[in-house]
Design a protein around this ligand. Structure first.
Ligand code: SF4
Length: 213
């Protein structure tokens, strides 16, 4: 019998160990986010908003879309945007297409801060840089499949990955390497390392028009 509180009891199956490991990776990324944001007197959410606005749509630069993007409540996003506006990093102007909402933009100061934090995840790449190409592609493929399933299960509001895209044509059998896929939008073949985690041209499977998770 396993003693109470033993490691085996905490993570009694392979699935629970995988999820626990992903949780720890998430913890490490949160630490990085807090450090990068704190260096500019920002919260992690404020920093992520700046970076999103820096790279441009999708999502649309409006409060509701950003709240959905980061899976936070509307009031939480509203607080973050108010703080960024007070700091002079974003401005808001009425949306000509819908006067009830405001379009967000970076100020010159906001653009400079966003530029300096845009690659805030780069220090974590030391963890994957030692993998061989086949190991790295295998890991990316697995993570994209996990994201696809979590999105399908409603745990992730937005997913703009190739594996959730209506333009994606999966080539090789799962696990085959090197994989040969195809993007029907761009009309070119893709290896696993070409797969995108966040693509502006993504369309939901069975959908049409502008990219949406
Ligand atoms: S449009 Fe973008 S997300 Fe969709 S398959 Fe092509 S590269 Fe991937």
């Amino acid at each position: 019998m396993r003693p109470p509180g033993s490691p085996e009891e905490r993570h009694p199956s392979l699935d629970s160990k995988i999820v626990a490991a992903l949780d720890r990776v998430g913890d490490a990324l949160q630490v990085l986010a807090r450090r990068a944001a704190g260096a500019h007197d920002l919260s992690p959410t404020q920093m992520r908003v700046l970076v999103r606005l820096y790279y441009g749509p999708p999502p649309d630069a409006v409060a509701g879309e950003l709240a959905r993007e980061f899976d936070v409540a509307d009031p939480t996003m509203s607080d973050a945007l108010s703080a960024l506006a007070r700091k002079g990093l974003i401005d808001r102007s009425p949306d000509p297409a819908d006067r009830r909402r405001h379009v967000l933009g970076l100020t010159a100061a906001g653009r400079a801060v966003a530029h300096s934090v845009a690659r805030w995840t780069a220090p974590a790449e030391v963890a994957s840089s030692g993998l061989s190409r086949s190991e790295g592609e295998g890991l990316l493929s697995t993570l994209l499949d996990l994201l696809e399933r979590m999105h399908a299960a409603g745990m992730l509001s937005v997913a703009r990955t190739c594996t959730t895209c209506g333009h994606f044509e999966r080539g090789s059998a799962p696990g085959a390497w090197p994989a040969r896929h195809r993007c029907a939008y761009y009309g070119y073949p893709m290896s696993t390392s070409d797969l995108r985690v966040d693509c502006a041209e993504h369309v939901a499977r069975g959908g049409s028009g502008a990219a949406r998770g």
